[in-house]
Design a binder for this molecule. Structure first.
Ligand SMILES: CC(C)(COP(=O)(O)OP(=O)(O)OC[C@H]1O[C@@H](n2cnc3c(N)ncnc32)[C@H](O)[C@@H]1OP(=O)(O)O)[C@@H](O)C(=O)NCCC(=O)NCCS
Length: 162
């Protein structure tokens, strides 16, 4: 573990930073998953800071006894920030007596798919064509994503906690 990396909860005073960070890293504060439109900047979240500067963010939503990771972005790659935020979210889910942590990524995002597999999450479903439905809630979802691949499917990962 990198000793200069710290994780803390998003505070009310972080909201402006959260909005700016999501727009810079993701292009939007809105996230659609499984037909639900989330306003990610209003959700509870965890901030990862490297050498004092906040540069990674995870937002989450707790519903029906499950914790969904709604967004996860690290501005400094491969310094362990993404892994630490994911571990902190799993700990939060455990503390809240959730049955599982789950999340959606998209088929184009092979780096994220690889990252979640390496962190021990299980790929539990591919919701084929789901992004067409998501675009009805968020028309600005681009047609192509990572490395120009078409964004078409939701890929669901989970970490069982019980
Ligand atoms: C995915 C993301 C959150 C990972 O965060 P990170 O802080 O870079 O990841 P870590 O430093 O904790 O890396 C952990 C592991 O992931 C692997 N990994 C990270 N980026 C990877 C990539 N682009 N391709 C393959 N493996 C990758 C590393 O090899 C490492 O594995 P190891 O520790 O077993 O060697 C970050 O790359 C990111 O913000 N990506 C863009 C946004 C995104 O796609 N978010 C997910 C959307 S659902």
């Amino acid at each position: 573990m990198n000793p200069s990396t710290t994780i803390r909860d998003v505070q009310a005073s972080d909201r402006a930073w959260v909005r700016t960070f999501l727009r810079q890293r993701f292009g939007s504060t809105k996230v659609v998953s499984r037909g639900v439109l989330h306003q990610a900047d209003e959700l509870p979240g965890l901030i990862g800071a490297h050498e004092g500067a906040p540069n990674a963010l995870l937002t989450y939503c707790v519903r029906d006894g499950d914790l969904e990771v709604v967004s996860l972005h690290a501005a400094i790659a491969r310094q362990g920030l993404g892994s630490r935020l994911l571990a902190a979210a799993a700990e939060r889910a455990h503390d809240l007596a959730c049955r599982r942590l789950w999340l959606i990524t998209t088929n184009d995002n092979q780096p994220a798919i690889e990252f979640y597999k390496r962190r021990g999450l299980r790929l539990v479903a591919v919701h084929r064509g789901a992004i067409a439905e998501s675009r009805k809630l968020k028309p600005e979802i681009p047609l192509r994503g990572v490395e120009g691949r078409p964004i078409e499917d939701e890929v669901e990962f989970e970490l069982p906690l019980v």
